[in-house]
Design a protein around this ligand. Sequence first.
Ligand code: MG
Length: 371
Amino acid sequence: MRNRVGQAIQARESELLAPFAMHSADTVGRRHEEPPHPYRGPFQRDRDRIIHSAAFRRLSGKTQVFADELGDYHRTRLTHTLEVASIARTLARALRLNEDLVETLALAHDIGHPPFGHAGEDVLDECLANDGGFSHNNQALRIMELLESRYPAFPGLNLSHEVLEGQRSRVNKQSDLCPLLEVQIVDLADSIAYDTHDVDDALENQFLDPCELLEIPLWQEAATRMRDRHGSIEGDTLRRAILHELIDHQVRDLLAGAEVVLQEKQPATAQAACDGGLRLGPSREMADKKRELEDFLYLRVYRNPRVMESRLVAQQRLREMHERLAADPKRLPDKFLARVTADGPPRAAADYLAGMTDRYAYQQYQRLCSA
Ligand code: MG
C-alpha cells in the first residue's frame, strides 16, 4: 500500500516543508496500488485527478449563493473554489505546509455540491430522509471513491489516503480526531473566502447598501484602515480596497495565531501535530467578528426574498425529478441505473441529480416532468 515517492520530490519537500507538514514520502498510499510517477508526487497526481474530473468541471455551472438570472458578476461554485485554493495556498506556503495536498483538498472541497447551492442540498436531503440523507461533503467522497469512472483499473479516482481522510473529516466535524494541518487550513480558507465574497456579490446585486455594512465591526474597521492608507476613497474603489483588506486581515490574524501555537508545541511530524490535537483558527476576537458578519449575511442575504424565491422554484423542480426517477429508475442513464441494485433507486436518483449543473437540471426537468 505504501506509495514510493521519487527521491527528487522527497529532497525538495525536505528542504521546503516544515517537519510538521504532510510529506509525500509519509503518505499511507492509495487503496489500489499504483507505480510511482516519474516526475509528479502523489498529491500532485491527486490534484490533477480532481481537475480532470467531470464533477470539478461542472462546478462552473453550479450556484454558490446567487443564481444566474441575477447577472454575471457573482461567484459560481467554481470561482469560489479557486478563491479558496488561492487563500489556502497562501496560508500553506507561509506555514511551510504541503501546498500540493492543500491545493488538492481545496479544489475538491465542494465537488459534491448539487445544483442550486444549499437549496439543492436541503431538498435532496429531504428526498433521502429514509435512505441515509444527503450532504455535499459525503457526496464528494462518493464521487472520489465511486462515481467518477476515468480509469480502467478501479472505480473512483483512487486518491491518496490523506485526501480521502481530509474529506472524511469534513463529513464528521464532531470527530475527536484532529485532522492534518493541511486539512484545517482549507476549511479556514473556505470561511475567509465566502465571508468576503458573499458581501461583494451581495453589494453588486444590491441586496445590501454599503452604509448598512458600517454597522458590522469587521467591515467598518477595514474601511477605516483603507481610508487611513489611501485617503478619501469612496464608492467601488473603497469597496474593493475593503474586500482585499478583509482577506488580508483574516489571513494575517490566522498566521499570527498559528505561529504562536506552532512555536509552543513544535510538533516533530504531521502525525505528532494530529496526535497533540494541534488546532489552527482565528483569534477569539476575529471569530466573534466573523460570526457577527455571518449572522448579518444570513438575515440580509441568504434569507432575502429574491434569493428565497429562486430557491423555492429550484427545490420544487429537483423534488419532482427525484420523485419521478426514484419511482421509475429505468429513466436513469445507464451509469446510475447500474447503481440501483447496490444503493436503491432513491440514492441512485440523487447521485444523478447531484451531478447536474443548474442549467442541465432545468433542461432535464423539461424532459422528465413537463411531458
Ligand atoms: Mg466552499
